[in-house]
Design a binder for this molecule. Structure first.
Ligand code: SAM
Ligand code: SF4
Length: 550
């Protein structure tokens, strides 16, 4: 039988990207193949995001296109995965009859069964087409079973180091440490779509990092909605074969002074976990984590970051607003001053720490004064970048029912533009501080600009062979600053991908650093340990004949 072709498109956050990778591995193991052309796929899957209405609308317009295809007689199977499926539930099947299956983010282990049902039986009963956690996602009695099945999906992860998203090698991977969220910020759907906060056992996390490193991964990003709230109490949850199982998080209460979290049992905190991974998997040259919660981020974590050279000095720690009144309405659980104290403490331990954030404008009742507070917070913190969003009311959240969306869209738009302009100036200044330095860049591949130029020139996806004379490569510093530099195209550029190379910063823009690959120097102290591979690349650049091995 011909292998079924799957088109899988991912919307939204890193958590979704990891989920898609797991789905991909799971389906590939069952004999499905993948295509980048939705038009030739037998199965089209959209892994959806529900955090803002705009993200949902994007997916739903794709869904509309499939309806057209089906009307023309196509037998394609359409599945919606992820947060939109979970949030909207089975009513999507009525509103969009072209959807064949729905699978929430907590049920992805059941996806092959749903596809099978749709293919073999043309399943018509909702029960055969839908796998959603529904209310169950927040009822602790059933958490364990669901989490165990999901855990198996993470554990069975297959990782092909030679097949990155653009066909090149990949040396960077995400590892989930926590699922779900218990914080219930009033604007946010995540606690409803991804369920309660569940922590994976540290041994499992370390094993996964080790296996990835054995496959050549040198950069790992630990994922969780509030990573610093990671806390695993040993000896409580035991799964099959006597292994420790995922366990429900203790929530913010465990971090209050005097809390008896752990009750005398051994506990692995987030700081412990970072230290363990750093120690146990030295091949990982960059260990990062997102997202940090501005409260309960202890000095113990900052100390581990300071003392472990392979942990990146990078924090993504969203403030959301600079106004205490709005923070209270958002149920964020910290004040402006507490946020600023944390930033000062982080910079005290790690003077070169690179900080990114998220901000929301136009939250219900936000006044000019509140907005001014956010502006002043931005100027004080000087994040290297901020993801800035217009408030988007989300059904099911507590703000939806309680707080009318009363800031007019024109005002939201003015405010977001103002913050974007302010951030552009700050980002440029933060970048300018790097000019003249040598930074270590994890090379991700040809830059988006080079890719776009290649597509515009020939109408075809970038092929390593058909290149201009210089190819703009793009990567990130340990502090997550995007850096571009040129290489001669072809084999050399291909080999640079997935490596960490020294780049001399020659210029700074709003979004990127510009640089050139640093030549080998007689004084390695100038930029720390210059890797032999980088030396090889630079030689190649000069002589056009290098071979820098693996
Ligand atoms: N867990 C992270 C935290 O607490 O900072 C954030 C996760 S959330 C998926 C990513 C970002 O989306 C948030 O930091 C927030 O800025 C934004 N966001 C979430 N809900 C939103 C909403 N209803 N409207 C606008 N932005 C929203
Ligand atoms: Fe959403 Fe708040 Fe949880 Fe972040 S901490 S995922 S913003 S509820």
């Amino acid at each position: 039988m011909r292998a079924m072709k799957v088109y899988l498109e991912t919307f939204g956050c890193q958590m979704n990207q990891l989920d898609s990778e797991l789905v991909r591995g799971q389906l590939a193991a069952l004999g499905y193949t993948f295509t980048t052309d939705a038009g030739e796929a037998d199965v089209v899957l959209y892994n959806t995001c529900s955090v803002r209405e705009q993200a949902e609308n994007k997916v739903l317009s794709r869904v509309g296109l499939i309806a057209q295809r089906k009307r023309e007689g196509s037998q394609v199977i359409l599945g919606l995965l992820g947060c939109l499926a979970e949030r909207e539930g089975a009513r999507l099947l009525t509103r969009y009859p072209q959807i064949d299956l729905l699978c929430g983010p907590g049920e992805l282990d059941r996806l092959p069964m749903l596809i099978d049902n749709a293919m073999r039986t043309g399943a018509v009963e909702a029960a055969d087409r839908v796998a959603l956690a529904g209310n169950r996602s927040r009822r602790s009695a059933t958490l364990s079973a669901a989490a165990d099945n999901l855990e198996l999906l993470d554990l069975s992860r297959s990782f092909d180091p030679d097949l990155g998203p653009d066909g090149g090698p990949r040396r960077s991977a995400y590892v989930r440490i926590t699922r779900g969220c218990n914080k219930f910020c009033t604007y946010c759907v995540v606690p409803f779509t991804r369920g309660a906060e569940i922590h994976r056992p540290p041994d499992t996390i370390v094993d996964e990092c080790r296996r990835l490193a054995d496959h050549g991964v040198i950069e790992i990003t630990l994922l969780g909605q509030t990573v610093n709230h990671y806390r695993y109490t040993h000896g409580v949850a035991i799964g099959p074969q006597g292994r420790e199982a995922p366990q429900v998080g203790p929530g913010a209460a465990a971090f209050r002074p005097g809390s008896r979290a752990g009750d005398g049992r051994r506990v692995t905190t987030f700081a412990d976990l970072l230290g363990r991974i750093h120690e146990a998997v030295p091949q990982v040259r960059r260990l990062r984590f997102v997202t940090s919660y501005p409260r309960d981020f202890g000095d113990d974590i900052l100390q581990v970051m300071r003392d472990c050279p392979r942990i990146c000095r990078y924090l993504h720690v969203p403030a959301q607003s600079g106004s205490d009144r709005v923070l209270r309405l958002m149920n964020r659980g910290y004040t402006r001053n507490e946020y600023l104290d944390f930033i000062d403490r982080a910079r005290g331990f790690l003077p070169d720490v690179s900080i990114a954030g998220d901000l929301i404008v136009g939250f219900p009742t936000e006044t000019d004064h509140d907005f001014e507070q956010t502006r002043s917070l931005m100027k004080r913190v000087r994040c290297k970048n901020n993801f800035i969003f217009k408030y988007s009311p989300r059904p099911g959240t507590s703000a939806w029912g309680r707080l009318p969306d009363d800031v007019p869209d024109t005002v939201k738009r003015e405010r977001i533009n103002e913050l974007l302009a302010l951030q552009a100036g700050i980002s440029e200044a933060v970048h300018a501080e790097q000019v003249g330095r040598v930074v270590e860049v994890f090379v991700e591949g040809a830059s988006p600009k080079a890719r776009a130029a290649s597509r515009g020139g020939g109408g075809v996806e970038l092929g390593w062979e058909r290149q201009p004379e210089r190819l703009q490569m793009s990567g990130r510093t340990a502090g997550d600053l995007i850096t571009v530099f040129d290489l001669p195209p072809g084999e050399l550029a291909r080999q640079a991908q997935g490596r960490i190379l020294p780049v001399r910063v020659t210029g700074a823009g709003t979004l990127v650093l510009y640089g050139r690959l640093e030549a080998p120097t007689r004084s390695p102290a100038e930029h720390g340990a210059l890797s032999a591979r980088a030396a090889g690349i630079t030689q190649f650049e000069m002589s056009e004949s290098a071979d820098f091995g693996s």
